[in-house]
Design a protein around this ligand. Structure first.
Ligand code: 5GP
Length: 236
């Protein structure tokens, strides 16, 4: 499958058209951004690690019945994916309070939440991805119906149940994560984008070490070494 013209360039990936109108090629970049892209960096090999990690996690989720856009890995930094219309809602699921949740509500950093919290953020860089509720989603026409919102929440919780257990067995706490969904030509809602240490927080259960993009956000040292450790745990 050949890469054709560039369709979209995001912070972590480029999307290219292919000869098949229903398929795209996603290229994982080595770039890192934080705080609405004000902080920028690059770490060689980061894209390839995210490609491998995301492929493993999407395959695990597919096996557990979650439908995804992933068709197959093409090489170190490229995936073949189904073309979808991305729903511009970032679905964030949290097990432990940290990041923007602690800042917004004053919950103590590291506090285990009494149940998994699902939040929606409006995927709009110019607005700094603001938190939104169900009514905002409907007013902004981000989904067709309330039942689509329920489906996003249900899938977010199910993905969390699968991944939280998987990582606990490998000595990592899945603190929180962000996922995106898209709608394919047959109107199916598919898990899209990626699941990687760029979009999840992983804390080592024993050492409490952070093994995710917070290393870059908080200047805690090499991102690559941490992402390699996450991949090692996934592969067992
Ligand atoms: P927070 O709202 O605390 O900043 O982030 C919650 C979780 O969602 C974290 O795991 C974070 O990495 C992820 N997240 C939130 N917004 C984005 C985003 O725009 N891009 C990526 N890659 N991850 C995000």
């Amino acid at each position: 499958m050949q890469k054709r013209e560039l369709l979209y360039e995001g912070k972590g990936k480029r999307l290219f058209k292919t000869d098949d109108e229903n398929l795209l090629i996603a290229e994982f970049k080595d770039d890192l951004t934080a705080f609405n892209a004000e902080k920028k960096g690059t770490e060689q090999g980061k894209g390839a690690l995210n490609n491998k990690i995301s492929t493993e996690l999407f395959a695990l989720l597919e096996k557990e019945g979650i439908k995804t856009h992933l068709v197959k890995t093409l090489d170190d930094t490229h995936q073949l994916v189904k073309k979808v219309d991305i729903i511009p809602i970032e679905v964030v699921v949290r097990n432990i309070a940290t990041g923007s949740l602690t800042k917004r509500l004053g919950i103590k950093d590291g506090e285990v939440l009494p149940f998994s919290l699902v939040e929606f953020y409006y995927k709009d860089d110019d607005l700094n991805d603001p938190i939104i509720n169900d009514e905002h989603c409907l007013i902004l026409d981000l989904v067709k119906s309330r039942s689509d919102l329920e489906e996003l929440k249900r899938q977010g919780r199910e993905i969390n149940d699968i991944l939280k257990k998987f990582f606990e067995q490998r000595g990592l706490n899945l603190v929180d994560f962000k996922v995106e969904f898209g709608v394919d030509k047959d109107d199916n809602i598919l898990l899209s984008d990626e699941i990687s240490p760029d979009s999840c927080r992983f804390w080592d259960i024993d050492t409490k070490q952070k093994l995710d993009k917070d290393r870059f956000r908080q200047d805690l040292g090499s991102v690559k070494v941490a992402y390699e450790e996450v991949l090692k745990r996934i592969l067992g």
